[in-house]
Design a protein around this ligand. Structure first.
Ligand code: SF4
Length: 226
């Protein structure tokens, strides 16, 4: 690509590999990942993007809920292939397995969602000289400002919060600390993506189901083909 091409590496600085499956090993640790980030800097990488988790989804990535109805829908679509999809579909659809797994998932996520990776990001930032970007449920201006000015990172990346409020940056510019209807971290959007358009599927954020569907379907306006 040449040296003038911006090359950024996204890394799960802590794997938490046993967070979902307790009998597995912990995976990569923060100190190992800090060493990797230093090697990446020496190799010419332009920026590091800090995340976490050894798989996707993971209790800490994207940090939030695991909605079982939507999880069952996703595994229903995938059930024709894969080694564990039918087993997972059974667990996600069957009480009390689904309730127990959901409890375990949220329990291992922990209390913090917004800024969940900031301590890892800070450790990387202290070890390298290149910019460090942090992901993890950001949607509050004061939290982001503190993360950057406090030396935890040079910037943050945002996905779900912009799916929920695609005008979030404009709201910040107008002086709002957060959106009037923030992302609830329900993770329904993530589990709908195999079957339905990318959008916010948290009905409680809308006046009505119709309003939610209207916003989701707005991705087709204007239509891509005429
Ligand atoms: S469905 Fe909406 S509220 Fe739920 S995580 Fe996605 S964007 Fe946030």
């Amino acid at each position: 690509m040449g040296r003038d091409f911006h090359l950024q590496v996204k890394i799960s600085t802590t794997d938490f590999n046993n967070a979902a499956i307790p009998w597995e090993g912990k995976g990569n640790t923060l100190s190992e990942s800090v060493q990797v980030c230093q090697w990446l800097e020496q190799a010419g990488v332009d920026a590091i993007h800090v995340s976490c988790g050894s798989m996707f989804p993971h209790p800490k990535n994207p940090a939030g809920d695991l909605p079982m109805k939507e999880a069952g829908m996703t595994y229903d679509i995938m059930s024709a292939s894969g080694r564990h999809t039918r087993r997972n579909l059974f667990f996600f659809r069957t009480w009390p397995f689904n309730a127990a797994f959901r409890w375990w998932w949220v329990h291992n996520r922990g209390r913090v969602v917004e800024g969940i990776n900031l301590s890892d990001s800070r450790a990387v930032k202290q070890a390298v000289g290149i910019p460090v970007i942090c992901t993890g449920g950001f949607q509050t201006a004061s939290v982001i400002r503190q993360a950057v000015s406090g030396g935890d990172c040079d910037g943050v990346s945002i996905a779900r919060s912009l799916v929920a409020n695609n005008d979030l940056v404009k709201l910040f510019a107008q002086g709002h600390d957060c959106a009037p209807r923030p992302c609830t971290y329900c993770n329904k959007c993530m589990l709908h993506t195999l079957k339905n358009p990318l959008g916010c599927y948290e009905e409680s954020r809308f006046e009505s189901r119709e309003a939610m569907l209207k916003q989701i379907m707005s991705v087709f306006e204007p239509p891509p083909f005429r």
